[in-house]
Design a protein around this ligand. Sequence first.
Ligand code: GLU
Length: 171
Amino acid sequence: MCGIVGAIANRNVVSTLIEGLSRLEYRGYDSAGVAVLNQSSIERVRAVGRVSAMTEKANEVNLNGQVGIGHTRWATHGGPVERNAHPHATSKVAVVHNGIIENFRELRDALEAKGVVFESDTDTEVVAQLLTDVMKTEQDPVKAVAAVLPKLHGAFALGIVFAGVMYRDWE
Ligand code: GLU
């Protein structure tokens, strides 16, 4: 069963994300990854196997950001290889996901017909690609999520970060 963590702080949150994933290791998983906002861009590190393998890679590249999400994956759609590990990302969003998007095939087919190129075999990547597609016309992240969620069928939990969005002024 997968694990999802998220963190936001006035300091680098990578060690917090890794600590959170380590605490979830007992649930079982095949790969792990984190994505952070560094300035306005998304940076991510993923690895097959233990959280410690992913941590080594994160340290090698000095992964650094004040907002981030992390995931330990239990594959349901697509084998346990790095390109299927979460977070799934575009230049606009990074997504971690627990569960199954039951209608991912039809959503993927529709996006591919529009020219979207997928990197993974997962059901999860349709969420990242759909959000990116919607954000061509709707830049507000909350409204973009509200537009995408009704299109998704299944039982799932999502964690999402948006490039360039460190906080939002809530009304
Ligand atoms: N269905 C997703 C995948 O295969 C998420 C699996 C999970 O909950 O870890 O990547």
